[in-house]
Design a protein around this ligand. Structure first.
Ligand SMILES: Cc1cc2nc3c(=O)[nH]c(=O)nc-3n(C[C@H](O)[C@H](O)[C@H](O)COP(=O)(O)O)c2cc1C
Length: 199
């Protein structure tokens, strides 16, 4: 039985005093019960900190519309499927990137390399005027110079998910610098891979 899903319904015995164990009740004996009243609320800060224990890479999602090039720093990126090749990113509903992606229906995931912390901050709303001539063009999209890898995708599906929207992309083109080391993000801090003594 799911223990932690507010607003979802599952089926319990109509006679709550009777222990049900793992016995599956006949359909006629089941009633929908909401978990909302019994599950304690998750503290947003604790949730954020807990998720911060999961170390990630850092990407900049880029796209192009009639308004020009746009980039946004995103750590919520994942590969989803090999066949067909699919990826997903999770974007805050309030991000300026959202309406642009819905129009362009194409985007690039630029996986940042170790020396690109300034880029990560720049595309997270802390504009850095020292960064210039940032983009190259690939497949008609702006892509970041110096990225460890670039995955270009066509928008396949959007999934509303609370205060975020998941964008699923069908991968169309790949660029990879096999010598690059990635920029990491963990517990709210930028980081890099530990170097081995023989490096
Ligand atoms: C390291 C890092 C990771 C981030 N990851 C995400 C993310 O996965 N999803 C998201 O919606 N915002 C994320 N952000 C915040 C956005 O980059 C930020 O809100 C940005 O200004 C939105 O861009 P836009 O509104 O110009 O499109 C992240 C910021 C940083 C610094």
């Amino acid at each position: 039985m799911p223990a932690n899903r507010p607003n979802e319904f599952c089926y319990l015995s109509a006679d709550m005093a009777r222990p049900t164990g793992s016995t599956l009740l006949p359909r006629s004996d089941r009633i929908p019960v909401s978990y909302t009243a019994t599950v304690p609320a998750i503290d947003p800060r604790a949730f954020r900190e807990c998720c911060g224990s999961f170390a990630t890479g850092v990407t900049v999602i880029t796209t192009h519309t009639s308004e020009g090039d746009h980039g946004m720093t995103v750590s919520a990126f994942m590969s989803v499927s090999l066949d067909p090749p699919l990826i997903a990113v999770s974007l805050d509903r309030r991000a300026k990137m959202l309406p642009r992606l819905k129009v362009s229906r194409r985007f690039a995931v630029n996986i940042l390399s170790q020396g690109m912390k300034a880029h990560a901050l720049h595309f997270a709303g802390r504009s850095d005027e020292r960064l210039m001539d940032l983009f190259l063009s690939s497949q008609g999209l702006p892509v970041l110079r110096g990225a460890a890898a670039v995955i270009t995708a066509d928008l396949m599906q959007q999934v509303e998910a609370g205060d975020h929207v998941l964008f699923l992309g069908h991968v169309r083109h790949l660029i990879r610098d096999s010598a690059a080391t990635p920029l990491l993000f963990h517990a709210g801090q930028f980081n890099s891979l530990a170097t081995r003594p023989d490096d």
